[in-house]
Design a protein. Structure first.
Length: 348
């Protein structure tokens, strides 16, 4: 790594204080596992510089969320916390953490704007399930949608790639009507939250600005790489974004306890290498990544390392394991269908 400019990881100690309850998979140990990996890896400690997050303003939050949603979160916060749905709970410092998580994404944008080769928001609670008027799926505020709105206010074109195993329903909903935003999701289907069908391709005035890969359980590396090469890369080239943002969930790893996908640790490095190279080619900037899911701590830490190095343009031998068996024949139909849609919407 000698001679390479380090990327930036944005973090705040308050992220560790958000407590959704005993036994909840979205726990503080997820972030301590990542911080331990950065500190304990000579390669990663040279590749990443830590930066402290600052909170997002209400103005930035309300560009993506309704005032009634923010008031609800403030009301629950004043009561010391409480359940928002069966999976999503606030504790005493959750709203403070959520404001900082939204701000961490904006800080990551500013870091890349200032010349960092990539930036990673290491924040919790995560964000991509939070809709304009609703907290859900462990998420209070939609961090990546807030960053997208921030960039769109500057009249830039923004592409969001979401490889979390669960569909980013909140991001899709918030960005749906915006022709200057492209949302691409690869996710297990059917699975929570039940959205993200192939037929969801954007509104009539902005066809092709949503691209969903509704993949069957067991989908592995071969399919993901083919989806990138034959559909996602052409879509990004056709859309010509000024920024590429990444919802980097790592629960599509085959070791994850709450999903059924087939990626290995190194798969994320291969995907990140492609995305980082394309971002530099199309935008002249690195990727801004946002931590979403990933609940096996060892797989999470390894996949994060592989992704960070890939975004920096470096290959990683992360786990040395061979790719798992892939339900390729079934998943290939999904890739074929979306590749055809990309040709229709964005040309060859």
């Amino acid at each position: 790594m000698s001679g390479l400019e380090p990327g930036v990881a944005v973090f705040h100690d308050t992220f560790l204080q958000h407590d959704p309850g005993p036994g909840h998979p979205e726990r503080a140990a997820r972030l301590t596992a990542l911080l331990d990996r950065i500190e304990g890896s000579t390669v990663l400690s040279e590749a990443i510089m830590l930066k402290e997050a600052t909170p997002a303003s209400d103005e930035c939050i309300l560009a993506a969320h309704s005032s009634s949603h923010l008031r609800l979160l403030e009301s629950v916060d004043e009561d010391g916390g409480g359940a928002l749905d069966p999976d999503t709970r606030m504790s005493k410092r959750s709203l403070e953490a959520a404001r900082l998580a939204a701000g961490a994404g904006l800080d990551a944008v500013r870091a890349v704007e200032g010349g960092a080769p990539f930036a990673f928001s290491l924040a919790r609670p995560p964000g991509h399930h939070a809709e304009r008027d609703r907290a859900m799926g462990f998420c209070l505020l939609n961090n990546i949608a807030i960053a997208t709105r921030f960039l769109r206010d500057r009249s830039t074109r923004v592409a969001v790639v979401d490889w979390d195993a669960h569909h980013g329903n909140g991001t899709q909903q918030i960005l749906w009507d915006d022709p200057g935003s492209l949302f691409i999701s690869l996710h297990e289907y059917p699975a929570y939250p039940g959205t993200g069908r192939l037929s969801e391709t954007g509104p009539p005035h902005a066809p092709g600005t949503t691209l969903n890969f509704a993949l069957p359980p067991g989908t592995g590396e071969r399919t993901y790489l083919r989806a990138f090469d034959e559909a996602i890369v052409p879509a990004l080239v056709g859309f010509a974004p000024d920024w590429i943002l990444l919802s980097a969930g790592f629960d599509a790893h085959r070791a994850d306890p709450i999903t059924n996908m087939g990626l290995r640790t190194q798969s994320f490095g291969l995907l990140a290498l492609r995305l980082g190279e394309l971002s530099r080619e199309l935008t002249g900037k690195g990727v801004v990544a946002f931590l979403e899911g990933g609940y096996d701590l060892h797989a999470l830490a390894g996949s994060f390392e592989a992704t960070a190095l890939g975004l920096l343009g470096e290959s990683s031998s992360a786990d040395g394991e061979p790719p798992a068996d892939d339900v390729y024949d079934v998943a290939a139909d999904v890739v074929d269908a979306q590749a055809a849609r990309v040709r229709d919407f964005w040309g060859d």
